[in-house]
Design a protein around this ligand. Structure first.
Ligand SMILES: Cc1cc2nc3c(=O)[nH]c(=O)nc-3n(C[C@H](O)[C@H](O)[C@H](O)COP(=O)(O)O)c2cc1C
Length: 204
């Protein structure tokens, strides 16, 4: 795949090796409060099949990758039975990819509250109305319900069923394109090794 990458970002995948993947991840990811990246969250369903969907990468706290969702969703049921996940973060310009394998645990209450406060008004309302019952309604009724809720509750508080998870990685793979296709894309893989990380380079 051809993609452009700011020249300053290229050395992190080789010329100036970084021992701690959290440092590399923090240098790649947008700061808190900026437009969040989307990622594919893969869980394992009850039949052992991978189940994947897009979610927002709400936060990276230097250790864990957080996402937020509805407590009644299928992903939450999957996680209750098997907390092992993969996250695939693709940068919108296709210049970078970060793949994380790790274990998801429920987010602390303070993190949940902070994340909800950072959400846009639309996403706050969605956290209340994105129900199975609402999904069954025809569009005009869904629009009416949405408008009615918005008029009655202009600033929705954090709902009971809003859930969050932090993923603690045990493997992280960073993929970067070379600017202008002057060399091959390259990956660096980090695997937990005792208290530290083992690092190696892979073809793209
Ligand atoms: C761009 C995009 C962003 C999304 N972000 C989220 C999110 O942050 N949390 C979430 O629960 N669902 C999000 N969704 C919806 C999920 O992809 C999915 O349809 C929903 O969570 C139900 O998944 P499940 O039944 O596998 O649990 C997003 C969808 C798209 C297309």
């Amino acid at each position: 795949m051809t993609a452009t990458l700011p020249a300053a970002a290229v050395p992190v995948l080789g010329d100036a090796p970084i021992d701690d993947p959290a440092v590399l991840a923090a240098s790649w990811l947008p700061p808190l409060g900026a437009e969040p990246l989307r990622m594919t969250l893969s869980t394992i369903d009850a039949d052992g099949f991978p189940r994947a969907r897009t979610v927002l990468l709400s936060e990276f706290d230097g250790e864990r990758f957080f996402f937020h969702t509805d407590a009644l969703s299928r992903k939450v049921a999957d996680l209750a039975a098997n907390p092992r996940v993969a996250l695939t973060v693709l940068w919108p310009d296709f210049s970078r990819q970060l793949v994380v394998q790790g274990t998801a645990t429920p987010a602390p209450a303070a993190e949940l509250a902070d994340a909800f406060q950072r959400r846009s008004p639309y996403l706050k309302q969605l956290a209340w109305q994105n129900t199975d019952e609402y999904a069954q309604l025809p569009l005009p009724e869904r629009e009416d319900e949405w408008a009615r809720f918005h008029a009655e509750v202009p600033e929705p508080a954090q709902p009971q069923g809003w859930a969050g998870y932090g993923v603690l990685p045990h493997r992280m793979l960073f993929w970067a394109a070379h600017p202008a296709g002057e060399s091959a894309a390259r990956r660096v893989e980090y695997v937990r090794d005792g208290a530290g990380w083992a690092r190696r380079y892979l073809p793209g």
